[in-house]
Design a protein around this ligand. Structure first.
Ligand SMILES: O=C(O)CCC(=O)C(=O)O
Ligand SMILES: [Fe+2]
Length: 310
């Protein structure tokens, strides 16, 4: 049976109405005001070195305790393990390079909202994708001992045709939940590759040992963020035990997110966060729409001046 499009439009209108009310108290900036607000946030959280590293290397790491108190890490892990026990991840295969994968976790536990809204990481999302960035996935990765390498790739691959523009359109925020070492199957990156604007050539996808590839040996609690054109992957997990990771990819305003957050967000979730949460959920973007078409009030919330930080 088809989805009732009139009922769906009505439900979306109600949620978007809540988003519009939030926004009226606390609108997101456009034009020079967006740049000024971003600069103020970078100063507030002392992220200047991270911004330089995003420009030069295409990725950066926020140390444990800076994005959120370290206690959040155990709470995220507990929520993921509880979900893993409840959800069937078997078909996805824990022996793939991504590990067993828990999709669309946001509505399952409030701790994921806390991670999403952490000021320092969200500021780096703004730097890469603008204030109107939307959450694209809230996904958990669990890799067991013996998990193979994840092939080198850029996250823009398979989404946007190359040559890719200078700006990122898709950026992953990675919450490292267990220590990353080479034996533990850490993420690895090719610093500076984000400037080439092209996919990893087929003969390089398993070049994890190339001298330019850097294994990110960082402790649990670190938060990594990268530009969508950055070449990265993961080395195999040879150590005992499990590697756990929360990945929060984000997209720019006009890009379609991979997970349907507008379909699972609740009025209670909207109520407990600032207006920006509604934008992350896709509730202030012009689309998607049904027979009701784009609401002019929502069009007015969109990016207007062409600034990369809107
Ligand atoms: O944590 C990993 O193994 C890398 C996952 C990845 O490539 C990504 O999140 O874009
Ligand atoms: Fe990736």
């Amino acid at each position: 049976m088809a989805i009732d499009r009139y009922a769906l439009a009505k439900e979306m209108r109600a949620l978007r109405g809540l988003a519009r009310d939030k926004w009226q108290q606390d609108p997101l900036p456009v034009g020079p005001a967006a740049t000024q607000q971003l600069q103020a946030d970078i100063d507030l959280y002392e992220l200047h070195k991270n911004i330089v590293q995003l420009e030069t290397d295409g990725y950066t790491v926020i140390p444990p305790g800076k994005a959120a108190p370290v206690a959040i890490i155990e709470r995220i892990k507990d929520a993921m393990l509880e979900l893993e026990a409840r959800v069937d991840t078997g078909s996805l295969g824990s022996q793939s390079g991504l590990g067993s994968t828990l999709f669309h976790m946001l509505p399952e536990h409030e701790v994921f909202e806390e991670a999403l809204m952490a000021g320092p990481s969200l500021t780096l999302v703004t730097y890469l994708l603008g204030f109107r960035a939307k959450l694209s996935q809230c996904t958990g990765l669990i890799k067991d001992s013996g998990a193979p390498a994840l092939a080198l790739h850029a996250d823009h691959s398979g989404k946007f045709p190359a040559p890719w523009p200078k700006l990122s359109n898709y950026s992953v925020v990675t919450w490292v939940l267990t220590d990353y070492t080479r034996d533990n199957g850490a993420v690895c990156v090719w610093p500076g590759s984000h400037r080439w604007g092209k996919p990893v050539p087929p003969d390089m996808v398993m070049a994890h040992d190339h001298e330019e590839v850097r294994v990110l040996e960082v402790p649990a609690g670190s938060v990594i963020i990268w530009h969508g054109s950055l070449w990265h992957g993961a080395v195999p997990r040879t150590a005992e035990g499990r590697r756990m990771t929360l990945v929060l990819p984000h997209v720019r305003d006009p890009v379609q997110p991979q997970e349907l957050f507008w379909a699972s967000v609740t009025p209670e979730m909207i109520e407990r966060h600032p207006a920006r949460f509604c934008t992350l959920m896709g509730l202030t973007s012009a689309g998607p729409w049904l027979q009701d078409g784009p609401d002019p009030a929502r069009l007015a919330m969109g990016p207007t001046s062409g600034s990369q930080f809107e």
